[in-house]
Design a protein around this ligand. Structure first.
Ligand SMILES: [Zn+2]
Ligand SMILES: [Zn+2]
Length: 343
């Protein structure tokens, strides 16, 4: 089969690899769509995230969907022929984290497309069948792949503990930030402020539940939000950005006894924020690790029509043009929101 393998920053190559065969509990999936994620950009551009670096050629891709073509002898045979959205992280289900309901932070989790594990940018892929979620036959594969970032957004908003009528700020209006905004508005946030460093993403906010948004390059977003809220700040500030600066802004605009929820990946090993403010305001800082238990809700949100992810799918490329897709996402070119590799 064909695979797209990362070798070094900005160096990915189309190569041949042996076709995989499913182990007893696994499904063999013909990959139809892989979304390009902001976390992939850290590998593509820098070769790692914080102290987690790729030390050998690796296939990226963890937001994926496809059709099950075979299963191992202990997997559910009814899956064969179905299109599935796949929850990417496969936890051990034995350790303390797993046993106490925090399987997303399992130290032994298998996560595709990172150090030590190949991802789904390939023609075929095998995965534990229990993490395959059949989708309606009329759901396109690129939409099914969007279940993953939406599931992260739902997990993020749950950890943000949004209450009806509260106010929120979202820093970073990329796919995750826009999905967090939409889920927050569906969850009862009355006013959502947004910020990004690209005008087209600031403008996109209006389609995803953001009430007012500014460009952090040309506007003092913290001052704007404090003005808008009469100096109170917001109940929940979400950092959905990919850089080191938004966390400080989020801490600054969170109200006293408010909450800062961090799902963005700064890429730094150490993040800096105004600790004295956080202490004086008795803030709760909540980091988000991927997702847990939110695939069914994300799938339901899409199939019920509560959220239409299709306008986010701005770019599609075949597997051999993966580098082009990554280059567009890395450069914020052509008003890209989500690029996908479709085959
Ligand atoms: Zn992702
Ligand atoms: Zn575990």
């Amino acid at each position: 089969m064909k695979v797209m393998r990362w070798h070094a920053p900005r160096d990915m190559r189309l190569e041949e690899a042996p076709d995989p065969t499913p182990r007893p509990h696994e499904a063999l999936i013909r990959i139809e769509s892989v979304g390009v994620c902001g976390s992939d950009m850290h590998y593509f551009l820098e070769g790692g995230i914080g102290n987690s670096t790729l030390d050998r050629p690796t296939i990226l891709g963890h937001e994926y969907a496809g059709r099950v073509v075979a299963v191992g002898e202990k997997a559910d045979a009814d899956l064969v022929g179905k299109r599935v959205a796949v929850e990417p992280g496969i936890p051990c289900m034995q350790c303390e984290s797993c046993r106490t309901g925090h399987y997303n932070v399992c130290p032994d989790i298998f996560f595709p497309g990172g150090p030590g594990s190949d991802g789904a940018l390939s023609e075929f892929y095998t995965v534990h069948a229990d993490y395959c979620y059949p989708v309606p036959e009329d759901m396109p594969a690129d939409v099914a792949a969007m279940v993953e970032p939406l599931a992260i957004a739902i997990h993020t908003v749950r950890l943000g503990q949004l209450a009806p009528g509260c106010t929120a700020a979202v820093f970073g209006l990329g796919p995750v930030g826009l999905l967090v905004s939409k889920v927050a508005s569906l969850s009862g946030a009355f006013t959502i402020y947004g910020s990004d460093l690209h005008d087209y993403r600031v403008a996109a906010g209006a389609d995803w539940g953001v009430d007012k948004a500014w460009n952090g390059k040309t506007d003092d977003v913290v001052a704007r939000i404090m003005e808008e809220t009469g100096g109170r700040g917001v109940d929940v500030a979400f950092d959905c950005s990919n850089g080191p600066d938004a966390l400080s802004a989020a801490v600054t605009v969170a109200r006293c006894a408010g909450r800062v929820t961090i799902v963005g990946i700064s890429g730094q090993e150490v993040d800096h924020f105004p600790a004295s403010q956080a202490r004086r305001k008795e803030l709760t800082l909540q980091w988000v690790r991927r997702l847990k238990d939110t695939y069914p809700a994300a799938l339901e949100m899409i199939t019920s029509g509560r959220i239409d992810v299709r306008p986010m799918l701005t770019h599609s490329f075949p597997l051999e043009k993966t580098m082009e897709a990554f280059d567009i996402v890395a450069g914020y070119k052509e008003n890209v929101l989500k690029a996908s590799i479709d085959q």
